[in-house]
Design a binder for this molecule. Structure first.
Ligand SMILES: Cc1cc2nc3c(=O)[nH]c(=O)nc-3n(C[C@H](O)[C@H](O)[C@H](O)COP(=O)(O)OP(=O)(O)OC[C@H]3O[C@@H](n4cnc5c(N)ncnc54)[C@H](O)[C@@H]3O)c2cc1C
Length: 392
């Protein structure tokens, strides 16, 4: 019998596995793909996440591997106004007053490399979970090749289309947006055109999130298109979109691109018996503001010490209910509403509501000019964190 099986080798699965294994839990991670998926998705690790990376022992490596940056620019496209602020206003709150930018596959690979050195951790790629069933003593996990495994506990970290969630019979309530996001990785001289290393372009047609994501000068440019346009031809439309999105006169080199349907959805519960859901298997949001994986990593930071205490120290399994309720509340009450608000602002200019738009822009100007106000607003992402119920 395995102590913990983790289904899914995305960033949530790998970092949860690392926390558990370093705490002394025997962990088996099952990933359907032959390697860590490297499609362009999460790229920004907010300052508030760095304490958790530090605790996992991977902050320094993440910093050395990715881009460390502390500036934000909001560009109001129609007026050309640049509004800028920095994370240095957080000086008295944290030693880590900056973000780390890099692809989520890069972060997952850092955890994977650490796990491979631990004798109590096993990783199996090319291993798809088909179904699971639980009884009083454990969970039976059925693989696609027919093999059956047993575990004391299972973590479903298998993403938005979670098999684990389906096997638990849970609903994934919410809605799907009528737009499609196009995430592109591109080499282009954004900085030379005056763009900050994180630039949010506010526009109802050509809104975009533009951030540097690698030390070799690779940038992420995410924009939106109508989901009724044929998905298979999104690349044909990309050059025309870039005419509006890429500043300056220099050329570009496209590295990767991927279309995504966007949802706001949340599982009906994050725990059922010996099985828990974390990351996108539990909740999904549109990516504006970069709160999706942020919330998933905070799930992980509070989960691994809880599960480790239950497995290793016979702590009350009921602690998982507290963890599950708190994480679900955070998503429904904070993550999802703020991501929707940012999307309405950045990509829709509040649907032409001039008063709302003016108020939002005024708020950004105040962040630029008033350090106390800026600090207060920046604390939002720290508010997505909950501690482990086993450590109170
Ligand atoms: C364009 C875009 C930009 C984004 N930017 C940000 C950002 O800047 N910041 C942020 O916080 N979030 C961002 N997000 C959200 C972020 O990408 C997700 O929250 C993140 O991928 C969730 O990680 P995860 O490990 O929970 O799930 P996933 O990354 O989806 O990983 C799940 C893994 O499970 C595996 N799997 C699935 N089914 C099975 C099975 N049956 N058996 C075994 N393995 C299985 C899959 O192969 C996959 O590797 C963005 C999303 C998009 C689309």
């Amino acid at each position: 019998m395995h102590q913990v099986i983790i289904v899914g080798g995305g960033p949530t699965g790998f970092l949860t596995a690392l926390g558990l294994a370093q705490a002394g839990v025997a962990v088996l991670l099952l990933e359907a793909g032959e390697q860590i998926v490297d499609s362009p998705r999460a790229a920004v690790y907010h300052w508030s996440l760095l304490d958790g990376l530090e605790r996992l022992g991977i902050r320094e490596e993440a910093e050395a591997t990715g881009i460390v940056k502390d500036d934000y620019t909001w560009l109001i496209k129609k007026t050309g106004e640049h509004i800028r602020y920095r994370l240095d206003v957080l000086d008295d709150r944290t030693p880590f007053n900056y973000n780390i930018n890099m692809g989520q596959d890069v972060l997952a690979n850092i955890a994977r490399t650490r796990l491979e050195k631990l004798s109590n951790a096993e990783i199996r790629f090319g291993t798809r979970v088909n179904s699971l069933a639980q009884d009083a003593d454990g969970v039976s996990v059925q693989l696609a090749d027919g093999e059956e495994l047993r575990a004391q506990y299972v973590v479903g970290a298998d993403g938005a289309g979670s098999t684990v969630r389906d096997c638990l019979g849970l609903t994934f309530d919410g809605f799907t947006w009528p737009e499609r996001f196009i995430a592109t990785n591109v080499y282009h001289d954004f900085a030379g055109a005056g763009y900050g290393l994180s630039t949010m372009v506010v526009d109802d047609k050509w809104g975009a999130v533009i951030v540097i994501i690698a030390q070799d000068g690779l940038w992420r440019c995410t924009y939106m298109e109508d989901a009724s346009l044929p998905e298979e031809s999104y690349l044909e439309r990309l050059p025309a979109a870039y005419e509006h999105l890429l500043p300056g006169s220099g050329g570009y080199e496209l590295s990767q691109a991927s279309p995504y349907r966007m949802h706001q959805r949340c599982a009906s519960t994050f725990r059922k018996g010996r099985v828990v859901l974390a990351g996108d298997s539990a909740h999904v949001t549109n990516p504006t503001g970069g709160f999706g994986l942020t919330t998933g990593l905070f799930d992980c930071y509070a989960l691994w010490p809880t599960l480790a205490a239950i497995v290793l120290e016979r702590a009350d399994p009921g602690l998982l209910d507290i963890w599950a309720e708190e994480r679900r509340d955070i998503f429904l009450e904070r993550t999802s509403p703020m991501a929707c608000q940012y999307k309405h602002f950045l990509f829709h200019e509040y649907g032409g509501n001039r008063a709302e738009l003016d108020e939002a822009i005024a708020g950004m100007r105040r962040m630029q000019d008033d350090p106390d106000y800026c600090r207060k607003r920046l604390m939002f992402t720290k508010g997505l964190e909950t501690t482990s119920p086993a450590e109170r």
